[in-house]
Design a protein. Structure first.
Length: 274
């Protein structure tokens, strides 16, 4: 028994050392969390300053290092600077937005129409991130049963792009209110390529201290504990919880405000509300 206890102590010691070695330095972790918590979907705060080539190159490189099914790397990045083309894309948005607004009657519709939902012409560059469904051919490792994993992979590239842009001080706004077929026609996409994300990119006057839709009273962020389920979809059907589930739920609720705020303290002492 003594030998077994000593062996377990050595295993535990190795585990502690391994975790410490693989964890980012405190400042790096703080920077990562701050980037995540301060990322915003930007619509109204763009300034016209050009994005330097070296900055854009770093952001694109980070996006390109996203995970992908079977190392498929199905993404491409279409950079759109031409004002005339961007004006045509904005016309596509305007038409689609009118259709979307009609889905919200009464006061909700008035609130919808008051929202600014794009910055296509306000920023210096638009980036359309696409998915090439045929990259690497018809049989890609890991895609045999869930074909949509190429789209999911491309969305990972979108997220990498967004977070790297935030770290560089760039705002990003995702324009999703647009007819995808008309956008594909405007950009000349072949039929095996899908436009996944049309992004407005540029420097901003400020990053809002909370999501713009939350500030406008349109929606609010759920508590993380509301999104976590255990062992299946219906938590209530199991009729029981264990210490792990209770402790994790308590920890999530405790972090809801303090964890983001601790990484988002501003110079003037203001913090973000989540």
């Amino acid at each position: 028994m003594a030998v077994m206890a000593q062996m377990q102590e050595r295993i535990d010691a190795v585990s502690v050392v391994d975790r410490a070695l693989n964890r980012l330095a405190d400042a790096d972790r703080a920077g990562l969390y701050r980037t995540i918590f301060s990322r915003r979907d930007v619509r109204s705060q763009f300034v016209p300053d050009d994005v330097p080539v070296d900055v854009l190159a770093r952001v694109l490189t980070a996006a390109h290092h996203a995970p992908s099914v079977g190392l498929m790397q199905p993404w491409n990045f279409i950079l759109i600077r031409d004002a005339t083309r961007r004006a045509r894309v904005r016309d596509l948005f305007t038409a689609a937005n009118a259709e979307a607004a009609a889905l919200h009657p009464g006061a909700r519709g008035a609130a919808y129409r008051a929202l600014k939902l794009e910055g296509i012409r306000d920023c210096p560059i638009n980036v359309c991130i696409t998915c090439n469904h045929d990259r690497l051919g018809p049989h890609v490792l890991g895609r045999s049963h869930i074909r949509e994993t190429d789209i999911y992979s491309t969305v990972c590239a979108v997220q990498n792009f967004w977070l790297a842009a935030r770290a560089e001080g760039l705002g990003v706004g995702w324009v999703s209110i647009v007819d995808p077929e008309k956008l594909a026609g405007e950009l000349g996409l072949p039929n095996y390529v899908t436009a996944v994300a049309y992004l407005c990119v540029g420097y901003v006057s400020t990053f809002l201290t909370e999501p713009e839709l939350q500030r406008a009273g349109w929606e609010k962020r759920l508590a993380a504990s509301q999104t976590v389920k255990f062992e299946g979809w219906d938590n209530n059907a199991r009729g029981r919880t264990d210490d792990f589930e209770r402790e994790l739920t308590t920890a999530l609720d405790a972090l809801r405000t303090d964890f983001p705020a601790s990484h988002l303290a501003q110079d003037d002492g203001a913090t973000e509300e989540f």
